[in-house]
Each structure stands twice: as structure tokens, then as C-alpha cells.
Design a protein around this ligand. Structure first.
Ligand code: AMP
Ligand code: ZN
Length: 113
């Protein structure tokens, strides 16, 4: 499949790995919006969260767990952080392989633009 994040996961395209296990791969965003900006993606391809069926929902919990591990490793667990999933065109999704942004290391604005 011609998917940017599948290619990053299988090493065809280089990335700065932050974390990896059997289920997920995490790497630094190429265009960081904050001092810590990591993308956490399931190794299995899903176009978006809409494609995850009920039997596979454990992956979403696992991604949240991994986000807390990376938050602790990078020290933003103390200052605070945000986990974001952009879904679909108006949600701002530009890569059609589910990914969760982990952002921290500065004061983040709310509400989003
Ligand atoms: P989204 O807009 O939510 O779909 O997020 C896609 C993210 O992927 C953006 O923050 C991009 O900066 C990031 N991105 C695109 N290409 C790469 C790449 N080759 N390596 C790392 N991050 C990337
Ligand atoms: Zn993919």
C-alpha cells in the first residue's frame, strides 16, 4: 500500500524513532509544533479511527498508554501535554494512517483554531 506512515514503520522512509513495540511505532514529527511533538501510530494500517472495529479498540487504549510513557520519558508529564487525533478533512487529517499527536513543552492554546 502506498502509505507514508506504513513506509516509515517498515523503514523504507527514515524517521526519528522515539518508541516501538509489537503494536505501535512512535517518531518525531518532521514539522514540530511544540518542543515535544511525537506521532504515535499503530503498526497495522487503519485509514482513521473510523476504521477500527470494536474487537480492535484495545489499540486506542494502548496508544494512550504509550503516550504517557513518552510523556514521562520527555519530562512533559509534569508540565502537561495534549494527545490529538485529527480525523477527516475538517479535522485536519493529512495522512490517511491513524496517528495520535503528542504535544508538549510549551503552553498550548485552547480552543484550537
Ligand atoms: P495530520 O495533519 O494530523 O494528518 O498530521 C500529519 C503529521 O505528519 C503532520 O504533523 C506532519 O508534519 C507529519 N509528517 C508528514 N510527513 C512526515 C515524515 N516524513 N516524518 C515525520 N512526520 C511527518
Ligand atoms: Zn499505513
Amino acid at each position: 500500500m502506498d502509505c507514508l506512515f506504513c513506509k516509515i514503520i517498515n523503514g523504507e522512509i527514515p524517521s526519528n524513532k522515539v518508541y516501538e513495540d509489537d503494536l505501535v511505532y512512535a517518531f518525531k514529527d518532521i514539522n514540530p509544533e511544540a518542543p515535544v511533538h511525537v506521532l504515535i501510530v499503530p503498526k497495522k494500517h487503519y485509514d482513521s479511527i473510523l476504521a477500527v472495529n470494536d474487537e480492535e479498540l484495545n489499540i486506542i487504549g494502548h496508544i494512550n498508554k504509550v503516550a504517557t510513557i513518552i510523556a514521562k520519558e520527555t519530562g512533559i508529564d509534569k508540565s502537561g501535554f495534549r494527545i490529538i487525533n485529527n480525523c477527516g478533512e475538517e479535522g485536519g487529517q493529512t495522512v490517511n494512517h491513524i496517528h495520535y499527536h503528542l504535544l508538549g513543552g510549551r503552553m498550548l492554546k485552547w480552543p484550537p483554531g
